[in-house]
Design a protein around this ligand. Structure first.
Ligand SMILES: [Zn+2]
Ligand SMILES: [Zn+2]
Length: 360
C-alpha cells in the first residue's frame, strides 16, 4: 500500500447519511476506511466537492424499482484527490495526488460480456456510487483506480463535478444519436440541468439545436449557449408543426428526451424525420413509453435508451468541458446544506445544478 506524503488520515469523517429509505438526510460522524483495509485496485479519495442529482433524492426516498443499500451515503458526481492506494495494486492508470472524478458507475468487472462490449454501465457486477456502495457525500471515499475519471488541470473541481453525471449522460446520448454535423437535434427542457449541457455539447459537435423550454429567462440562457432555434412550450400550441416548419418540413434528426412524461415521447415520434433517433435519457420512477408502433415502424424511428456512459465517454465529456466549450451552470453550497437542498429539490424549487463543497 502507499499513502500520499505529508498526510495524516483521520479515523472519522463527516458524511451525509440516510439511516433508512425515506428518513431525513443527516450529517454524522462515520469511520474512514483504514489504508491497510483497502483491497488491491482500490484507492482512498479526499473529497473536494460533489454535485447533487435528482437520482440522489430518488435513492434517499427509495422510490425506484431497484432499492439502494442502507444506511445510505449518497452522491455520484464527486471530485477528490487520491491520498492512498491499496497494497498489491497493479497497472494503475492513476497515482497518488491525482485529482479524479467518481461517477454513478463506481466500478465494473471489465470481464463480463457487457463490459467486454464497452457497456460497462450494464455490467453484471456493477457497483453504483451512492446506491449500492458509499457515495460522494463524504470527506473520504473508497474508489477504484481503474474506474475513476482523471480530471485535467484546466478545469476546476466544481465545474467538473456535474459533468461526471449530467454532462456524461447527455454527451453519450448525442454521441450515439447517429447524427452528423449540420443535423437538427431537438432538446426539450433545454434550459434545465441536463438540457443546458446538452445544448453546449450539441453545438460543440456541430449540430443545429432546437431548444424547447418555457419563459424568457430560459430563452435567454438557451440563445446564450448557442441554440439555433427556440420554442417556448408555454406559448406554442403546435410543437410538432413548429419543428417541421423549422426543418424544411422534414422534422428533426434526433431528440434528446429527459422528460418524465410519456407525452414527450409520443411527440418526438411525430416530430422526428424518417430514420430519426429518440434518445431516452431520463430515469423517471414510473412513467411508461407510449409511442405509436405504426409510425415508429413506418418512419424507421429508433428509440434508444442511453444510460450514463463508460469510462471513455466520461473522459471525452470531461475533456470537452476542460477545453472551455461546455460550462455547467451551478450553485455552490456546502455539504452541511444538504438537507435543505433535498427539501428544495423535492418541491421542484431547484433550477440548474447544485454543487456542494466538502470542507476538510
Ligand atoms: Zn446524477
Ligand atoms: Zn462487467
Amino acid at each position: 500500500m502507499s499513502t500520499l506524503a505529508n498526510i495524516t488520515l483521520p479515523e472519522t469523517q463527516k458524511v451525509a447519511i440516510v439511516a433508512s429509505l425515506g428518513a431525513p438526510v443527516q450529517i454524522k460522524d462515520h469511520p474512514v476506511t483504514a489504508v491497510d483495509k483497502l483491497l488491491p485496485g482500490q484507492c482512498l479519495l479526499k473529497m473536494v466537492c460533489t454535485g447533487v442529482c435528482h437520482t440522489d433524492l430518488h435513492a434517499a426516498m427509495g422510490d425506484w424499482p431497484v432499492k439502494p443499500i442502507t444506511p445510505l451515503i449518497g452522491g455520484h458526481e464527486g471530485v477528490g484527490i487520491i491520498v492512498a492506494i491499496g497494497a498489491n495494486t497493479t497497472n494503475s492508470p492513476v497515482k497518488l495526488g491525482d485529482r479524479v472524478g467518481v461517477k454513478w458507475i463506481a466500478n465494473s468487472c471489465y470481464n463480463c460480456e457487457q463490459c467486454r462490449k464497452g457497456y460497462e454501465q450494464n455490467c453484471d457486477n456493477v457497483k453504483l456510487s451512492g446506491y449500492t456502495v458509499d457515495g460522494t457525500f463524504s470527506q473520504y471515499l473508497v474508489s477504484w483506480v481503474h474506474s475513476v475519471t482523471p480530471i485535467p488541470e484546466n478545469i476546476d473541481s466544481e465545474s467538473a463535478a456535474s459533468i461526471l453525471c449530467a454532462g456524461l449522460t447527455v454527451y453519450r446520448a448525442l454521441k450515439y444519436s447517429e447524427t452528423t454535423p449540420g443535423d437538427w437535434v431537438v432538446i426539450p427542457g433545454a434550459g434545465g440541468g441536463l438540457g443546458h449541457l446538452a445544448v453546449q455539447y450539441a453545438k460543440y459537435m456541430g449540430r443545429r439545436v432546437i431548444a424547447i423550454d418555457g419563459g424568457e429567462e430560459k430563452h435567454k440562457l438557451c440563445m446564450e449557449l448557442g441554440a439555433d432555434r427556440w420554442i417556448d412550450f408555454t406559448k406554442c400550441h403546435d410543437i410538432v408543426g413548429e419543428i417541421k416548419k423549422l426543418t424544411d418540413g422534414y422534422g428533426a434528426h434526433a431528440a434528446i428526451v429527459t422528460t418524465a412524461s410519456s407525452s414527450g415521447y409520443t411527440q418526438a415520434i411525430d416530430y422526428l424525420r424518417d430514420n430519426g433517433r429518440l434518445m431516452a435519457v431520463g430515469l423517471p420512477a414510473k412513467a411508461t413509453l407510449d409511442a405509436s408502433i405504426f409510425f415508429t415502424v413506418f418512419k424507421s424511428i429508433t428509440i434508444h435508451g442511453s444510460y450514463v456512459g463508460n469510462r471513455q465517454d466520461a473522459m471525452e465529456a470531461v475533456s470537452i468541458a476542460a477545453s472551455g466549450a461546455v460550462k455547467c451552470r451551478y450553485q455552490l453550497k456546502k455539504l452541511v446544506d444538504i438537507e435543505k437542498v433535498y427539501e428544495d429539490m423535492a418541491k421542484g424549487k431547484i433550477a440548474g445544478r447544485i454543487v456542494l463543497s466538502i470542507d476538510q
